[in-house]
Design a binder for this molecule. Structure first.
Ligand code: NAD
Length: 497
């Protein structure tokens, strides 16, 4: 399908796509596919005020009824899966199955959140005082700002929004300025769910379009108690302290520099499949992309000798075509940065296999993925470059592998390939991987929504999606109820009057 047909199938009108100040390019061929309207900074106070009003109504809707809206959103997403997946491919450059996979992830979190809407459980707690009962109650927080990155342009919004909605919080979404069309498509889909739902307050979920200055209005507003921000550690380093300084609650999902340890006992065929998917899938533009391979020296040469030809045979090209496994980078600036980092790694003693522009593919920023054998974990290796570069380093002792693995500023995802039970278990202990996600015999990429997603250190510490991540969108209240006719004080304190 041509770009215009994809956008038409997603419900866009000419008026949606023209006349605005923000150009939208497709990484497939660099074509400008739309000029969309940007939100004015002057409009942000009104948008936030509307969200506050919506909160007053939404917080008292019973949570299972709030879940009904998310159930309807899941139904509408199922119906629109192909159309939305195609817009993800058009605007983010993901291959077709990954574009569809991202929408499936949205459907999955809808299902999860619907169930969760009946399980916003608090504890009951034994009181030390006779005739007293203690419990905790979870309450909605207020408007939730959601700032998202270009590389998961729709799934991350749904992780936040589905949970925020069942928890009673309105949402204001600022997507990446590189991917406003996927966001606009989501809002059209949500509008259909809202129409069927019937009586949701106006302004329950609002979209604002623009760059960092629009995001900053959410970051700085005391009327936005929760601010979820996904993107680079550079962005998180600005946003996190600002939200903290105004006593807001930040949920930070920032950059990763994910490693895999390959031990001598590893099933190398399995490891190679996991390495290639994790390192080059989404053209290396996942926060969980495999960027560092820490391989036992006894098998390092053999592994590299197998990986280099496997890389060279990967189909690179138009992400819409059957068989393509590597689509374009988001833009030429990213390809330039990849090349600069490869040059820097070479100057630090690295041996580079691959890299450079992919020939004969088209007008987008198509690159050959690269493997770089490094003599040490240099500053270049410690930096997340959002492109398909895989650094390979050797180790002799298991402890050395763990030290190398944890010796980077980021702490998102990690894994080990081993058939040695002691190593596998050690990797998951307090002295093992320091990441938010740690896997055994699968790659670091491609998480399921059932687990809490996020990482430590410069990855920001936030958790979204499954497990008890919903608690990040609510405030906990501890309640003590006295059903006796006495007024005893805790800890035996006497204060008789
Ligand atoms: P980016 O940091 O350039 O932008 C992310 C978002 O932040 C955009 O919407 C942008 O407009 C906004 N932003 C930037 N500066 C801001 C400011 N000062 N105030 C408010 N908003 C601001 O990131 P990107 O290039 O879109 O995405 C790639 C990065 O995102 C990578 O580092 C990747 O690892 C990370 N990422 C992390 C996760 C995760 O869950 N940990 C998921 C996806 C992407």
């Amino acid at each position: 399908m041509r770009h215009s047909e994809v956008l038409q199938a997603a419900g866009f009108t000419q008026a949606d796509l023209t006349g605005g100040s923000l150009p939208v390019r497709s990484p497939i061929d660099g074509a400008v596919v739309a000029q969309v309207a940007e939100t004015l900074a002057a409009d942000m106070p009104g948008i936030i005020a509307k969200s506050k009003e919506a909160f007053k109504a939404w917080r008292v809707v019973p949570a299972p009824r709030r879940g009904e809206l998310v159930r309807l959103l899941g139904e509408e997403l199922r119906a629109a899966k192909d159309a939305l997946g195609a817009v993800v491919t058009l605007e983010a450059g993901k291959i077709t199955s990954e574009g569809l996979g991202e929408v499936q992830e949205m459907i999955d979190i809808c299902d999860f959140a619907v169930g969760q809407s009946r399980q916003l459980y608090g504890l009951t707690i034994a009181s030390e005082r006779p005739g007293h009962r203690m419990m905790e109650t979870w309450h909605p927080m207020g408007p939730c700002g959601v700032i998202t990155a270009f590389n998961f342009p729709v799934a991350v919004w749904s992780w936040n929004t589905c949970l925020a909605l069942i928890c009673g919080d309105p949402v204001i979404w600022k997507p990446s300025e590189k991917t406003p069309l996927t966001a606009m498509t989501c809002m059209k889909i949500l509008d259909r769910a809202l129409e069927r739902f019937g009586d949701a307050p106006e302004g329950l979920v609002q979209l604002v379009v623009g760059g960092p200055e629009i995001g900053e209005a959410l970051v700085n507003s005391t009327d936005v108690p929760i601010l979820s921000a996904t993107g680079s550690t550079r962005m998180g380093g600005i946003v996190g302290p600002k939200v903290a300084a105004r006593w807001g609650r930040p949920i930070l999902e920032l950059g990763g520099n994910n490693g895999m340890i390959v031990a001598p006992s590893a099933d190398l065929d399995m490891a190679i499949r996991a390495i290639v998917f994790s390192a080059v899938g989404t053209a290396g533009q996942r926060c969980t992309t495999l960027r560092r391979l820490i391989v036992h020296n006894s098998i390092k040469d053999e592994l590299v000798a197998k990986l280099v030809p496997a890389y060279a045979s990967l189909p690179i090209g138009d992400p819409r075509s059957d068989g393509t496994l590597i689509g374009p980078l988001i833009d030429q600036a990213t390809a330039d940065r990849m090349q600069a980092m490869l040059d820097q790694a070479a100057s630090e003693g690295g041996t580079v296999h691959g890299g450079g522009a992919a020939n004969g593919v088209g007008d987008g920023a198509y690159v050959n993925p690269a493997i770089v054998e490094m003599p040490a974990q240099t500053e270049t290796v410690k930096t997340e470059t959002f492109a398909p570069i895989l650094y390979v380093m050797g180790y002799d002792e298991f402890d050395e592998a763990i030290e190398l693995h944890n010796g980077v500023p980021q702490g998102l995802s990690s894994c080990i390939f081993t058939l040695n039970m002691r190593e596998a278990e050690a990797f998951l202990t307090a002295a093992g991987s320091d990441c938010g996600i740690a896997n055994v015999n699968i790659g670091p990429s491609g998480a399921e929504i059932g687990g809490a997603f996020g990482g430590e250190k410069e990855t920001g510490g936030g958790r979204e999606s499954g497990s008890d991540a919903w608690k990040g969108y609510m405030r906990r209240q501890t309640n003590t109820i006295n059903y006796s006719s006495e007024l005893p004080l805790a800890q035996g304190v006497k204060f008789d009057i």
